[in-house]
Design a binder for this molecule. Structure first.
Ligand code: CMC
Length: 429
């Protein structure tokens, strides 16, 4: 195992330490490159750049492996539950029975939001996208909970983490209820996390609402699958925002904004819209041809991934969950599922997709499942944000507690005009 590597620039040979992870590729520590050579590296999209050390999540994109704190996602999704996964991501180990009980109790008793939040919501247009409401309302938490914004205080950091995990379902359900003109439903503390969320979304004050345990279990699993995904765009956004010392609520709001884009969390909404647009299995070939056409900007939504060059392990579990949910709801023939199955089969056999290693990702199936549960497409990315909050918070916590943490400040290759002098408007042509 080499401990350093040499780089020759012009006639200068520079030595860089090589760092070894517990698994995965080595990294070359080039943090002294500029000081030693006066040059920067250039890596748009950070395709070859590790921005931090992390002990939280590991992905092997070639093998289709995803581990949270060393545990395979398949085992956590099958045998664990979301709040246990939250504990694992935050504190590094699965909880004992007593630790789990205390953690669940703590989260459950922070689910209500400040009552003034109700009035804050009234400022939104009725037809506002729920993701717009999430960006704003999570950012606004920093205006409501002043006692947990001091990031140098460990207790305040802990309270902010719990508050965020606990209140995210309440805010997400409020965003949904507001958009359909129904009254907000307060959380009910004798329900588990997913059941509580389903009830806050689908109950109305004038009727009893009974949570379907199969759907609650499926939703809990969906949350587990989305809980973390190492240094993706939104997580890196949260880390970058947090590196300046911004409070955790503001940092998570920044993560939600980044997640919203269709190349990231917005893909589940975009994938379902695409399946509806395709309409029937016999149209699939036409859309696959469009996706392959260099002159057509169309891409198969829910296909491809920056890191996975193999089947996304979350997509396999998601596909199984989709079938479980449809069967529980008695949906035998879902036209969107027929299109999805046909599309998957055609794309997986097509040379273009094979050569570029484009496989279905988690968003390909999650939209069908969420739609069957009764969520409108505009809520899909909100559910992703709800589940990813713990990952963002765990990564933010790791960064704040890292003694080598610095403000994130990338450099650039400047290609603009060289220095020139200002000219009064009368002299400009
Ligand atoms: N359909 C058709 N062609 C594709 C697709 C697709 N979905 N994805 C990538 N390609 C092609 C792309 O045109 C490029 O071809 P070429 O080399 O000839 O120029 C090649 O594959 C590599 O693509 P890229 O854009 O350089 O790859 P990337 O790593 O920058 O992008 C991605 C990854 C996820 C943004 C992209 O695959 C994509 O836009 N997928 C559709 C959106 C989607 O499903 N996003 C959800 C990601 S999973 C959830 C999450 O973690 O947020």
């Amino acid at each position: 195992m080499s401990t350093s590597s040499k780089l020759t620039i012009d006639d200068k040979t520079l030595d860089f330490p090589v760092k070894h992870g517990s698994i995965g590729p080595d990294v070359y520590d080039i943090s002294k490159l500029y000081a030693q050579s006066g040059a920067f590296t250039y890596d748009p999209g950070f395709t070859s750049t590790a921005s931090c050390e992390s002990k939280i999540t590991y992905i092997d994109g070639d093998e289709g492996v995803l581990l949270y704190r060393g545990y395979p996602i398949e085992q956590l999704a099958e045998h664990g539950d979301f709040l246990e996964t939250c504990y694992l991501l935050l504190y590094g180990e699965l909880p004992s029975a007593a630790q789990k009980h205390a953690f669940v109790d703590n989260v459950t008793h922070h689910t209500m939001v400040h009552d003034q939040m109700n009035r804050f919501f009234l400022g939104f247009r009725r037809d506002a996208h729920p993701m717009a409401i999430m960006v704003a309302s999570v950012g606004a938490l920093s205006a409501f909970y002043h006692d947990s914004t001091d990031i140098s205080d460990e207790t305040q950091r802990m309270i902010a983490q719990i508050r965020m995990i606990a209140k995210m379902p309440t805010l997400a359900a409020m965003a949904y209820k507001y958009s359909i003109g129904q009254p907000f439903v307060y959380p009910k503390n004798d329900l588990d996390y997913a059941s509580n969320f389903l009830r806050m979304c689908f109950a109305v004050p004038c009727e009893e609402y009974k949570v379907n345990p199969i759907l609650a279990r499926a939703l809990d699993r969906i949350f587990t699958l989305h809980a973390d995904h190492e240094q993706n765009a939104s997580t890196s956004t949260v880390r970058l925002a947090g590196s300046s010392g911004a409070n955790p609520f503001a940092c998570i709001a920044a993560g939600i904004a980044c997640l919203w884009g269709p190349a990231h969390g917005g893909a589940n909404e975009a994938a379902l819209k695409m399946l509806s647009e395709i309409g029937t299995p016999d149209n699939v070939a036409k859309y696959v041809a469009k996706a392959k056409d260099k002159n057509d900007p169309f891409r198969l939504m829910g296909f491809g991934h920056r890191v996975y060059k193999n089947y996304d392990p979350r997509a396999r579990i998601m596909q199984k969950t989709t079938h479980e949910v449809l069967s529980e709801l008695g949906i035998k023939d879902d036209p969107l599922l027929d299109v999805a199955i046909e599309l998957e089969q055609i794309a997986l056999k097509d040379d273009y997709f094979i050569e570029k290693k484009l496989y279905p990702n988690i968003d390909f199936y999650s939209g069908i499942t969420l739609k069957a549960m009764g969520f409108p497409t505009s809520m899909f990315t909100v559910l992703f944000a709800l589940a990813r909050t713990v990952g963002w918070i765990a990564q933010w916590k790791e960064m704040i507690e890292d003694p080598s943490q610095k403000i994130g400040r990338p450099r650039q290759l400047y290609v603009g005009s060289p220095k020139r002098d200002y000219m009064p408007v009368s002299q400009r042509s």
